[in-house]
Design a protein around this ligand. Structure first.
Ligand code: C5P
Length: 319
């Protein structure tokens, strides 16, 4: 780490709080390579940050505490508020690296559903790093925070960076990608989540059984990168691909119908976002996305639908 800090004073609002936002992501291309000895798969992915934001508000506390409101707080499998929550581990890691006491009350307000393939937990961790750095006055550089983010999870560095990026390694090694325009999507959010490790394990199982192509079966990222740079929406639609889709559909067969419903309703293309089960449906423009969302909402295939656009910035302070 390149910073050392006395731990204060930080930058808080008049009420002693600091707030940060971080976005959801869609993998517009996700090629999954072989399983590595460390239990992760080598990836080639193109991340796009979209306008579905979680909000993390922190204040000084005595020890750590986490509260969660919004998406994912009800139901049989609520988002945890203890060390299993990635924001808890983000706080511990930042405090340890900066040599400060991990004293904070962390309030997470979610609009990104959990276990949905949208990197909601990663967004919360990235927003917590940014907010706690300001609260504690730890003066980490973006590079420092990115290094901590990579220790927390494969998608956390992208949740910090936002925009569009090529991800390699296990997803944590990022190269920014130029996008000249906004892309408009409808996210079809399912009832119930899918656990990321289970989806990767299902892909390994399908490949071992010869029922899914080995190695980077998804289209290479180059056509996606080229389409993002300058192409019309149908060019991006033609280039979308996700190796995890077959595994997500195998675990959740209803996804097949959901994907078809999106294209039948006028999407240029639809794919599973990350490990799913969210369906990301690409629209020609914002008006088309709003119309598409209305049709899909009326059909009741999804628990809820959201109209989003991207790229949007990564985790950042607000207010
Ligand atoms: O990095 P993260 O903690 O989000 O990963 C969660 C799980 O997803 C890993 O434990 C692993 O099972 C799977 N994974 C993988 N290959 C990756 C990223 C995640 O197998 N590149």
């Amino acid at each position: 780490m390149s910073w050392s800090s006395s731990g204060g004073p930080g930058h808080t609002r008049g009420d002693g709080t600091v707030t940060a936002h971080a976005p959801a992501k869609v993998n517009v291309s996700l090629a999954v390579g072989p399983l590595r000895p460390d239990g992760f798969h080598a990836l080639q992915t193109v991340y796009l940050a979209v306008s579905l934001l979680d909000t993390v508000t922190v204040r000084r506390g005595d020890g750590l505490s986490v509260t969660v409101t919004g998406e994912g707080t009800g139901g049989p499998d609520p988002v945890p508020t203890d060390r299993r929550n990635l924001v808890w581990r983000a706080a511990e890691l930042l405090a340890e690296q900066a040599g400060v006491a991990a004293d904070a009350a962390i309030a997470v307000d979610k609009t990104i559903p959990a276990a949905a393939g949208l990197a909601g937990g990663s967004a919360d961790a990235a927003a917590a790093l940014v907010a706690l750095d300001a609260l504690w006055g730890t003066h980490a550089t973006r590079g420092d925070l990115t290094a901590l983010a990579a220790q927390l999870g494969s998608d956390v560095p992208f949740s910090l960076a936002g925009g569009v990026a090529l991800g390699s390694g296990r997803g944590e090694q990022l190269t920014p990608v130029l996008a000249r325009r906004q892309w408009h999507w409808v996210l079809g959010i399912a009832e119930g989540g899918l656990a990321t490790p289970a989806v990767y394990a299902e892909l390994d199982r399908l490949r071992a059984a010869g029922r899914a192509p080995e190695g980077a079966g998804a289209p290479s990222p180059e056509p996606v990168v080229a389409a993002l740079r300058s192409g019309p929406p149908p060019a991006l639609a033609a280039a979308l691909g996700n190796d995890l889709q077959a595994a997500a559909v195998s675990l959740r067969p209803a996804l097949r119908r959901a994907l078809r419903a999106a294209t039948d309703a006028g999407a240029l293309a639809a794919l599973v976002s990350g490990s799913g089960p969210t369906v990301a449906a690409l629209a020609e423009d914002e008006d088309a996305a709003v119309r598409l969302a209305a049709v899909l909402a009326g059909e009741g295939v999804f628990r809820t639908v959201r109209v989003v656009h991207g790229p949007v910035p990564g985790a950042r302070l607000v207010g």
